[in-house]
Design a protein around this ligand. Sequence first.
Ligand code: ZN
Length: 283
Amino acid sequence: MAENFTPTSLPRRGAKIPVDIYEAPKGNLQSLVVGKFIDNKRYPLWQIQQWVVSWETRGRVEVSQDHDVYYLFFHNPRDWDIFVGQHNTLNFKGSLLLLRPWSYTMSYKSINFSATGLWVKAEGIPFILTSEEFATKIFGTAGGVLDIDGTPNSQAPQRFLRARVWTQLGKPLVPGCYIEYEPDKLLWVDFKYEGVFHFCKKCGVIGHNTAECRKSWDEADQDLNERIVAYSPPYEVVFGQANHQLYTNKIRGLRIHQLFVQLKLTFSPSLTSVNMVPVYPAF
Ligand SMILES: [Zn+2]
């Protein structure tokens, strides 16, 4: 009996229905990807279907829509394999489309669109600081570090460090961090988020612009503080000069270019392995 059992809290009960997973009419569900825009813009189904048709795939990809959720059915299982191995987000007209691949327990209710892995770059890092340990430290202040890209630990100078970071959506993006390169000497480092084009320079949240922001400056400030304090330990939080614009277009990790703002996919027939190669070319 659970220790916290009290006479007023009765345990849950219900009939147990056995399921033979193989008897379920799966149809093409196993080649399903569910997508949702992290954006206040909405796009009609025909636009999304037209976009998807432009991808160079082995088989057809059909799209259906239920309110703000899109269902992508890949007719070729190889396409699906490659797609889910490489993409957890896409961009359409600059809006971020979050993707969740089919799993056996997937249901409308179980799909979580509150966070995703985003590629984050840190620029302005002194050349001497290229170790994987250091990259994990700085990107850990933005979220959970999933992958470190490039060649950390290499002796060659690098333009930036880059990592895939588990990022909470609907919360302010962490705009950067300070590096204390000597005692009491600080260097600000900007974080740039790939695939983020439509975001608010007031509250730092993806999916709306500054004019559409419903938060007051005080609320925005408080939310950002909470976000930074939550991910900073064991490091001290430092406040820089006042009246400095915190969010600028620097937060974009990629140029505003058709190639990035609306990704067109090509699944090369010669691509035989599924891997986590970065979707976007570094530049
Ligand atoms: Zn806002």
